[in-house]
Design a protein around this ligand. Structure first.
Ligand code: XUL
Ligand code: CO
Length: 440
C-alpha cells in the first residue's frame, strides 16, 4: 500500500537529539513508576482534529486539505482510515477516539448515515488488527448538525431527542464492536442562552433519561467499560450544563448515575471554568470519578477553547502527579484533543505537534514520579495536617467529636493562634529544584 505521509517512523533518540522527527523524552518501553511509559501514558489520537480538522476558523476557510486524495465523501472516509492508522503506526500511538461523524459522512438521512458507518467500521476493525491499535472511546456528534440547534438530550423537540438517541445507540454499537472501554458524552449543545425560553428542570431530567437509556442498553449488551462525561463550562452555549467536575458530580448523584459515569477531564475546559487542570483532576480523583483525559492546553489570554497541543511542562507534570495519585489509568488514557495551529498546515506539522505533546507528557510523567520519589511535597502535606492524627484532631476525623465537645475543648485552650506557614514559595521552589536542579 502506498504511503500517505512522507515521514518515517518516529523513534526515541534521547534528550541530546536535535532531530525534530524523534522523541527526546518519550521512550515507550522505559519503566517509570513500575510501568512502561506507554502503559502509564496510554496516548490516543483524536480522529476529528487529526483526520478531519482543516484549520477553518470564523474568519477563514481551511488551510489544510484532509481529503488524502479521496474524491467522493465515502472515498475520503476510507482514505482517512488509511491515514489514521499510518499516523498511529508511525507515531507509536496505541489508541484512538472518534465521533460517529468523523469516520463516515452523514449523507442525506439517518439510514444513509448508518449504512455509511456499516461500510467503514469493518475497515477500521481490519486496520486495528493489522496495526495492533485499540479504541480508547467512542462518541456521537450531537452538536454539529443544525437539527441540534436547541440541544440534543436537552432540546425542546422530541423528534430531535429521538434522533440523538439513535445516534448514541449506533455509536455505542460501534464502540462495543471495536472493543472500546470508554464512551464519552460531551454536551456540545446541552445548555442554554436564556431562561426566557428554557425549562431547565425538564431539560436536565431529559438528559439524565438519555444517559440512563444508554447505560441500560450497553450494559444489557454486556458492555463493561466506562461512561464518561466531559465537563465544559461554556462554548458553544453560554450556560453549558456540564460546567465542571463538581457540577457534573451533583447532576450524576441527583439522578443515580454516579456508578456508571466517570469524568473525561480536558485541560482547556478546566481553564475556561477558571480552574486549573489539576483542580479538575483532583476533584474527580477524590470523588472516585477519575476516568480519562483530553490532553491539550488553552491560552489564558484567549477566552475560548483553542485546543492547542500541550507543551507546558508544569501542567503536564501536575496532571501526571494526579494520575499517579489516582493509581494510573484503568479504562482511560491521554487523548490528544488538540489541533495544530491554523498556520501549521503541513503534514510535518501533524507529526511535530504529536511529538511535542507526547514528549511534554513524557517529561511530565518523569518529573511527577520524581516528585513522588523525592518526598518533600508529600512530607510537607503530611506534616501540615498532623494535628488531625492525634488528640482532638483524631476525634474530629473519626466522628467522635461533637459541637459541644469541640466547644469545651476550645474553651479549655481559650486562646488559639495560627502561626504555621503554608510554605507556598518554598514548595514552588522544590518543584523547580526537582525539575531543573543540576540540569543547568
Ligand atoms: C469539545 C470537545 C469534544 C469532545 C468530544 O470542546 O472537547 O471534542 O472531546 O465530543
Ligand atoms: Co474534548
Amino acid at each position: 500500500m502506498s504511503e500517505i505521509f512522507k515521514i518515517g517512523k518516529i523513534a526515541y533518540e534521547g534528550p541530546a537529539s536535535k532531530n525534530p522527527f524523534a522523541f527526546r523524552h518519550y521512550n515507550p518501553d522505559e519503566i517509570v513508576g513500575g510501568k512502561t511509559m506507554r502503559e502509564q501514558l496510554k496516548f490516543a489520537m483524536s480522529y476529528w482534529h487529526t483526520l478531519c480538522g482543516e484549520g477553518v476558523d470564523m474568519f477563514g476557510v481551511g488551510t489544510a486539505d484532509k481529503s488524502f486524495g479521496g474524491k467522493t465523501p465515502m472515498e475520503v472516509a476510507k482514505k482517512k482510515v488509511e491515514a489514521a492508522f499510518e499516523l498511529m503506526d508511525k507515531l507509536g500511538i496505541d489508541y484512538f477516539c472518534f465521533h460517529d461523524k468523523d469516520i463516515a459522512p452523514e449523507g442525506e438521512s439517518l439510514k444513509e448515515f448508518q449504512a455509511n458507518l456499516d461500510e467503514i467500521v469493518p475497515l477500521i476493525k481490519e486496520n486495528m488488527k493489522k496495526y495492533n491499535k485499540k479504541l480508547l472511546w467512542g462518541t456521537a456528534n450531537l452538536f454539529n448538525n443544525p437539527r441540534f440547534v436547541h440541544g440534543a438530550g436537552t432540546g425542546c423537540n422530541a423528534d430531535v431527542y429521538a434522533y440523538a438517541a439513535a445516534q448514541v445507540k449506533k455509536a455505542l454499537d460501534i464502540t462495543m464492536e471495536l472493543g472500546g472501554m470508554g464512551y464519552v458524552f460531551w454536551g456540545g449543545r446541552e445548555g442554554y442562552e436564556t431562561l426566557l425560553n428554557t425549562d431547565m428542570g425538564l431539560e436536565l431530567d431529559n438528559l439524565a433519561r438519555l444517559l440512563r437509556m444508554a447505560v441500560d442498553y450497553a450494559r444489557g449488551k454486556g458492555y463493561t467499560g466506562d461512561f464518561y462525561i466531559e465537563p465544559k463550562p461554556k462554548e458553544p452555549t453560554k450556560h453549558q450544563y456540564d460546567f465542571d467536575t463538581a457540577t457534573v458530580l451533583a447532576f450524576l448523584r441527583k439522578y443515580g448515575l454516579e456508578k456508571d459515569f466517570k469524568m473525561n477531564i480536558e485541560a482547556n475546559h478546566a481553564t475556561l471554568a477558571q480552574h486549573t487542570f489539576q483542580h479538575e483532576l483532583c476533584t474527580a480523583r477524590i470523588n472516585g470519578a477519575f476516568g480519562s483525559i483530553d490532553a491539550n492546553q488553552g491560552d489564558t489570554l484567549l477566552g475560548w477553547d483553542t485546543d492547542q497541543f500541550p507543551t507546558d511542562v508544569y501542567n503536564t507534570t501536575f496532571c501526571m502527579l494526579e494520575v499517579l495519585r489516582a493509581g494510573g489509568f484503568v479504562n482511560g488514557g491521554l487523548n490528544f484533543d488538540a489541533k495544530a495551529r491554523r498556520a501549521s498546515m503541513t503534514d510535518e506539522d501533524i507529526f511535530l505537534s504529536y511529538i511535542a505533546g507526547m514528549d511534554s507528557f513524557a517529561l511530565g510523567l518523569k518529573i511527577a514520579q520524581k516528585i513522588v520519589d523525592d518526598g518533600r511535597i508529600d512530607a510537607f502535606i503530611e506534616k501540615r495536617y498532623a494535628s488531625f492524627k492525634t488528640g482532638i484532631g483524631a476525634d474530629i476525623v473519626s466522628g467522635k467529636a461533637t459541637l459541644e465537645s469541640l466547644s469545651d475543648y476550645a474553651l479549655s485552650l481559650n486562646v488559639v493562634e495560627e502561626k504555621t506557614s503554608g510554605g507556598q514559595e518554598y514548595l514552588e521552589s522544590v518543584i523547580n529544584d526537582i525539575m531543573f536542579g543540576g540540569a543547568l
